[in-house]
Structure formats: C-alpha cells, structure tokens
Design a protein around this ligand. Sequence first.
Ligand SMILES: *[C@@H]1O[C@H](CO)[C@@H](O)[C@H](O)[C@H]1NC(C)=O
Ligand SMILES: *[C@@H]1O[C@H](CO)[C@@H](O)[C@H](O)[C@H]1NC(C)=O
Length: 367
Amino acid sequence: MRNRMVNPAMKPPFFLLFLLCSSHLVSSQRYNALFNFGDSLSDTGNVVLGGLPYGMTYFGHHTGRCSDGRLVIDFIAEGIGLPHLPPNTAKNANFNKGANFAFIAAPALPFDFYHERGLSKGLWVNASVHEQVDRFEKLLPSICGSPQDCKDFLSKSLVVVGEFGGNDYSTGIFGGWPLTKVSSFAPHVARAVAEGIERLIGLGAVDLIVPSVLPTGCLPLYLTLYSAKDAAEYGSRSGCLRRLNTLSWYHNAGLRRQIDRLQKKYPSVAIRYADMYAQIFDFAIDPLKYGFKAGALRTCCGAPGMHSYNFNLHAKCDQNGSTVCSDISAHVSWDGLHMTEAAHRIIAQGWLNGPYVNPPILSSSSS
Ligand SMILES: *[C@@H]1O[C@H](CO)[C@@H](O)[C@H](O)[C@H]1NC(C)=O
Ligand SMILES: *[C@@H]1O[C@H](CO)[C@@H](O)[C@H](O)[C@H]1NC(C)=O
C-alpha cells in the first residue's frame, strides 16, 4: 500500500475503512490473478515434506511451505488483494485467481542437463522451468478458455518467474564440483529462465517479476558445510562466504542481461528484476535495522553444529535433536536454507513498495 494523504483529524474507524476500501479498489482493478513458478522458496504445497514446526507461526500445520509461516509469494498475493496461491497439483482447487507451479528442489534446467554431467543422482524432482510452463499451458484453458481469451485474461495478471537457480548450483556443489566449474552452469540457467519468460509472454503474460538467487554464502547451511579457515574468505561486514556469493552474483548478472535483452525485444511487456540478493545481503550487513536481533546468519530451527550458525546436518529443523528458537521473528534464517516469515514479509514489502523491485509492484497502478 502506498502512502496516501490522510487527514490526521479523521477518526480511526473512518481511517480504517478508507484503507480497506482503497486497497480493495486498487488491487481488484489492477490484477485479476497471480501465477508463480519456482522452487522451495515459493512452493505453497506441490511438495509436502516433513511436518511441524514448519507452518507453526501462521498456518498452525505444515502446508509444504519451507518456513515457519508465509512466503514472499503469500505476502505478494495479500499485497495485491488476491488469495494465497493454490499449488497447481491441488485437487478440486479453484485456479481462477492464480496457481503456483513451484516445486521444492526444482532446478531451472532439465534432467538431461545433469544426466549428461553425471549429476542426476542429486535431483529428485522433474520440474524445470520448461516443465512448469508446460503445466501452466495445460492448465490455462480450464481457467480462461481459448488462446485469445487467455491472452486477455493474462494481460491483467501478475506472473512471478523464480527464484530459479539455487538448486542448479547446489546440484553441482553437493555433487562435489569445484565452484569454477559450477559457475559454468550460469549462462544455461539464465537462458532457461529467459526461454520460460518468452513462452509466458507468448501465452499472454505482460507483467513479470523475475527474482534473483539468494546470496548463497550467507545461508547457514553453506556457512557450516563450506566453512573456511582463512578469515579473508568471509565478507568483513557481512560474515558471508565470499566465493559462494560471487557465484550467486555472477548468476544474477547474467540473469539481468537476459532480462534487459527481453525487455528491449518486448517493449510493451514489463519484466522486472527482484533483487533478493541485495535484500538478504542487507540483512547480513545490518540485521538490527530490520529487527533481526539474532543476526542474519543464525538458524532459528536447528541444533548446534560445527560452527556458530546453529545448523547441524544431523538434526535439521523438524528432525530429532532440533529445537525452535524462542524469538523466531528475530531471525532471518528459519532452517538454515529457507527464511522466516518475518524475513519474507520484509522482502515482499521491498517488492510491493520498493526499492528492490523497480518500479515497485504497487506503484505502477496508474501507468
Ligand atoms: C526425471 O525424468 C527422467 C527422464 O527424463 C527420469 O529418468 C527420472 O527418473 C525422472 N526423475 C524423477 C524424480 O521423476
Ligand atoms: C526420534 O526420536 C524418537 C523418540 O526418541 C524415536 O522414536 C524416533 O525413532 C527418532 N526418529 C529418528 C528419525 O531418529
């Protein structure tokens, strides 16, 4: 919600009514539906693994979301006045206001890419960008009818493509490949995302948000498994692992080039980058500014491990031996890899109101 001029003399009930009405007016006119593609950062139930404490803060049970509560995409849906997205595999769900094609563990690239490189053992879901867009294409007629009707329908929808890439790089890293070699995936990953975007534009999408990958070197799981003796390996202010962040940064630079190229090719379509890398890096640099009293690098739901990040591969969140911190919203990291609802809320604010999506999602309603 953008700030509006509000007469301070107005009585609270009226003020509240005004806010509710205006947000309803803005959002319902702006977007008819929200569609999302991605991995565990945005899966809202296509894959449901494990159980509580996942979901404990908001839903009270495990919904498949990799967090204690809502994800960024949930806050985006709320911000534009739409319901939380049903996973596209949900039975008897109504997809008229959107659907979510994200799958936990989904890489951007297909099975064959990893199979050819001897890395396919590290994959356990076939849900690449192309496969997710295939599922979208199959579902569309049931939502909006003919291709032309669907173009009209999608011309009023918001489409979020990503984050993709985290699982591509982890497949190489956990497969034991050196980072220099893993970084050779980056042009392929960025191209796969770009091809997915072009297919979505072909189907009628005109308003797309494309999130970056996270700064991998700031995630407690990687900080624990790839700890380094040399202090120079760590960012002096962030405490994050430089080499892993360089890989993420390199991917994001390539992704931005693809977005710029597509933006020129499709001038009537808006393709906006969402800089999650910068957001989370900012959390690491200045956690207190955002209310993260526990810092950005300590896992909330976990167990003491080899280092100070409260992450232990043998007692992960929802496994025996792990506990939930008492102050969840003081943490960025929920389980060592995924973030808390508190972090997701702040990230979504940065997309809805800026500055991490430019122009912000809620600012362009009159353009
Ligand atoms: C993914 O697809 C490949 C063939 O394209 C198949 O061999 C593999 O078993 C599939 N993986 C899963 C998890 O379904
Ligand atoms: C967790 O602990 C319970 C009770 O101590 C035990 O019954 C169960 O088998 C353990 N589960 C795992 C995965 O170790």
